[in-house]
Write a protein that binds this ligand. Sequence first.
Ligand SMILES: [Zn+2]
Ligand SMILES: [Zn+2]
Length: 387
Amino acid sequence: MPVKNRFAELQAEITEWRRDMHEHPEILFETHRTSALVAEKLKEFGCDEIVTGIGRTGVVGVIKGKSDSAGKVIGLRADMDALPILEATGLDYASKTDGAMHACGHDGHTAMLLGAAKYLAETRNFDGSVVVIFQPAEEGGGGGKEMCDDGMMDRWGIQEVYGMHNWPGQPVGAFAIRPGAFFAATDTFDIAFEGKGGHAAKPHETIDTTVMTAQAVLALQTIASRNADPVDQIVVSVTSFETSSNAHNVIPQKVQLKGTVRTMSRAMRDLAETRIKDVCAGVATTFGGSVDVDYNRGYPVMVNSEEQTEFAADVARSVSGQCEDAPLVMGGEDFAFMLEERPGAYILVGNGDTAMVHHPEYNFNDEAIPAGCSWWAEIVEKRMPAA
Ligand SMILES: [Zn+2]
Ligand SMILES: [Zn+2]
């Protein structure tokens, strides 16, 4: 079965919603306008229940099927937030907010899930209930986690949960997915080395933090190259090196490092944390200084459940004829928290030959709308077939 005819009809309308959101991007939990727009649309579609304020600015809608013989409940999730990027697309519907931009296509995700909600509320051709989940703060704020922490899964009895992301470089409307670990755990670290500052012409009277920290930066690279099993994925990147002096003739008292760690398993994540702490402590001791390491665990590894992934891939093939095996992604995804609470699957839908997500010239491809919406609708109608 190709895309549903109804979505070909609705494409222009869904595109309008998408471009309106694109023009008014909102960051992190500040999705007030977007959340209000989502809630208003869900009401207009005749959803059975609409609740705002889940995970601060998240919105949840419930659509009941024609029948409910087995009490099945499926959750479908989209993200609503934009990024702190200055848009450079030159589009006539480009961002009207300086320094905010829908550079990850969450405007498209929200519009597509709204489109699916409209269709599902019109047809109700399924046996059970659908919970549409619109989350804020995917880009680093953990909005999905906050919705889970607010008890969303239990409150609506959600049994399985599905998510979708557009993917530049993949043919428009073609799908890709993989079972198991898919997106990386994303952690950050803040490291502060302290020595003894002083005159740069009298190094022997100081404990030089710059030299000490430079050794640490190099030694941290051996975690990936020497400690980790080469077949396991890990990225350790030091991204900031800031000394407490700007002068040519001062040895700084303190140096601060920042960076990120990406891993695909709990074991690698634990290894990274332990080794970063040990390496830094060892370097500090060697040079006679001290160090303070703050390791912050962010999003966990996003793991697709086997059964739901197979089902999601079958649906994708029926919609667009294509579903490739997706590669591992070392980026993070807040949907990981929802997949920790319930089985489910996360799929990529092709955005065509566009700039990559998070680039100032990126734009969501509205031609992906019929495929994306059809996938949502088919997930529901095939997983909970009407009697
Ligand atoms: Zn993003
Ligand atoms: Zn995204």
